[in-house]
Design a protein around this ligand. Structure first.
Ligand code: NAP
Length: 308
């Protein structure tokens, strides 16, 4: 197996795939890029942006001859696509995905792929609330983690080659067991999204009572929630439907904690609230120390450079 991919096929040309393309170009990879999108609007935008050497409306044409195939569509769409591309995959190709959930993708994609290809599932922990081909940018993966979740027995050379690919795009790469990934990401990303969706929903109901006050006097906490709650509805619907067990586990725990805080407020237990908020403050400090955020205003982020 050669050291670098010579032909990368991007299936789905949204935020993540377009960022991969920009980061590949920035890394000066001498790699052919083919891309597939289902809608002519997305294909048109991708062509205009020059994201790929060739954009196709056919999955077969996109993957033919590729030595890396990246599935970058919503989690719920991956199984059907895997089935469709299977007969056209090159022998020895690496197939990966960027889905935010790993077990459901492995179960949906794995069985459809021929034995002659290497399936190495992945998840770049990087994104924004924006979507589509024009949302991508080259630095999206810089210093962000990309987690690979291969099943035991997967070809080591294929894993190493994919690891090097992500490192060239700016990411730090680690391996994780898929079910563990799904639980960890539920805590760090998925449940916070659901909470943001809920809080914005509550405010939206309230808005009917207070007119435009919720919008006009929107403070930083709520504004951050609205940014998160503006994330793509299809993507997030699929994340929760495909990570059901971890969703219910973490939301159960969240509800218990919320009730404990509610009770402390009701009975005036200031010590409980103070100790709780002191403990959570320390969590933020450890994220900054791990180099995954800064202490600057707006968390050091630009308007579009945010994590998922
Ligand atoms: P996106 O910007 O919304 O792009 C999704 C792409 O998938 C579009 O090209 C869309 O095509 C295509 N697509 C949607 N449904 C499809 C279907 N049923 N069949 C075929 N193609 C379909 O999404 P994204 O943010 O790049 O997310 C892609 C994947 O990355 C998801 O699995 C997501 O979980 C994962 N991910 C996202 C983030 C994030 O923050 N956004 C972070 C890490 C991982 P059209 O434009 O033609 O409709």
């Amino acid at each position: 197996m050669s050291q670098q991919f010579e032909h990368v096929a991007l299936i789905g040309l949204g935020l993540i795939a377009s960022s991969i393309s920009h980061a590949m170009r920035r890394a000066d990879m001498n790699t052919r890029i083919t891309g597939y999108a289902r809608s002519s609007t997305t294909r048109g935008k991708a062509r205009k942006l020059g994201l790929c050497d060739k954009v196709y409306d056919s999955l077969a044409d996109t993957v033919r001859g590729a030595d890396l195939v990246v599935l970058a569509v919503p989690v719920g769409a991956m199984g059907a696509i895997a089935k469709e591309i299977a007969p056209f995959l090159k022998e020895g190709a690496v197939v990966t995905d960027v889905g935010s959930v790993k077990r459901a993708v492995i179960d949906a994609v794995g069985p459809s792929l021929p034995k002659s290809v290497h399936f190495v599932p992945g998840h770049p922990i990087a994104g924004t609330e924006r979507s589509g081909p024009d949302a991508g940018f080259a630095s999206l993966f810089d210093n962000r983690w990309c987690l690979l979740t291969p099943e035991a027995g997967t070809d080591k050379k294929a894993i190493t080659k994919l690891r090097k690919f992500w490192e060239a795009l700016g990411a730090n790469v680690d391996e994780m067991e898929p079910d563990h990934h799904d639980l960890v990401l539920m805590v760090t990303s998925h449940a916070p999204h659901l909470i943001a969706y809920t809080m914005v929903g509550v405010a939206d109901d309230l808005k009917r009572v207070t007119d435009t006050e919720v919008i006009n006097y929107s403070a930083a906490g709520f504004r951050d929630f609205t940014r998160i709650a503006a994330s793509d509805p299809t993507m997030w619907r699929d994340v929760f439907l495909n990570n059901k067990e971890a969703s219910l586990e973490i939301l159960g725990r969240f509800t218990e904690e919320l009730f404990a805080l509610q009770r402390a407020i009701r009975i005036g237990d200031g010590d409980f609230l103070f100790d709780y908020f002191t403990r959570t403050r320390a969590v933020r400090r450890s994220i900054i120390e791990a180099g995954q955020d800064t202490d600057e205003a707006n968390f050091g982020r630009g308007a579009t450079d945010t994590d998922k």
